[in-house]
Design a protein around this ligand. Structure first.
Ligand code: CTP
Ligand code: MG
Length: 238
């Protein structure tokens, strides 16, 4: 059975500020999406990458991937149009997978610099029998649960024990049938949104496990993250 990676890249990047869709913005002269595709293709396990493009810019994404080909790599790359939410975009990517794919990674285009060792650790854990695997790191900040308010200071409700918390990254890895089932269940009963795929699998009652994440797998979300990403790229080139 093959291992494939689905890369949701259809977001606008509102928190990054005005400009092109986030995945198409350049980092070190190369579009963020291209970094993400290379990061997945760098794993020898991954033989197919499905890029989920902004629905109104599918052709632009194809052109970009032609402009930055995977040198010397035989990984197949498909492009499909995305949806209004991340979950919908991932669902569309899953529907494009051929029948011989048994393990699926879901990786945010917004995490362009994830090291290949992290990708491989996730794939290995799935192949060894875990149906759902997430890379994650301990938190540096203390986290408070609050009562959200717009009109004044927010009351603190609780302080979860930091040692028990993890900040979750991607690629998240799944047994393909488990992830398909989670997405089908979500389509049948949308309700509250899930911010990651493992959360949907948890709702099925399937056990999700954590492997060590990596600092360089951080998500480019706000302008300061671009500064960090450029610095990481410069350090790698030095
Ligand atoms: N994503 C997607 N389809 C959507 C929304 C998000 O494929 N409708 C993807 C983004 O392209 C990104 C990943 O999901 O690679 C994680 O989302 P996030 O970091 O929130 O990116 P954006 O939604 O683009 O950013 P923002 O929320 O600031 O607009
Ligand atoms: Mg978003």
């Amino acid at each position: 059975m093959r291992t494939a990676a689905v890369i949701p890249a259809a977001g606008r990047g509102v928190r990054l500020g005005p400009g092109a869709p986030k995945a198409l913005r350049a980092l070190g002269g190369t579009p963020m999406l291209v970094h993400a595709v290379r990061a997945m293709a760098a794993s020898r396990a991954v033989s197919l990458v499905v890029v989920v493009a902004p629905a109104d810019d599918e052709a632009g994404v194809r052109a970009l991937l032609d402009e930055f080909p995977l040198a010397g790599d035989r990984t197949e790359v498909l492009v499909v149009p995305g949806g209004a939410t991340r979950q919908e975009s991932v669902s569309r990517g899953l529907r494009a997978l051929p029948g011989d794919v048994g393990v699926v990674l879901v990786h945010d285009a917004a995490r362009p610099l994830v090291p290949v060792d992290t990708v491989d650790a996730v794939v290995t854990a799935v192949r060894e029998g875990s149906p759902a695997v997430v890379p994650a790191l301990p938190l540096a900040d203390t986290v408070k649960r609050v009562e959200p308010r717009e009109d004044g200071p927010e009351p603190v409700v609780a302080t979860p024990e930091r040692a028990l918390l993890r900040a979750v990254q991607t690629p998240q890895g799944f047994d393909r049938r488990t992830l398909d089932e989670a997405h089908r269940a979500f389509e049948d009963a949308p309700g509250e949104g899930a911010t990651d795929d493992a959360g949907m699998v948890e709702r099925l009652g399937v056990r999700v496990v954590v492997v060590p994440g990596h600092e360089e797998a951080f998500k480019v979300t706000r302008p300061l993250d671009l500064v960090l990403a450029e610095a990481v790229i410069a350090r790698r080139r030095a």
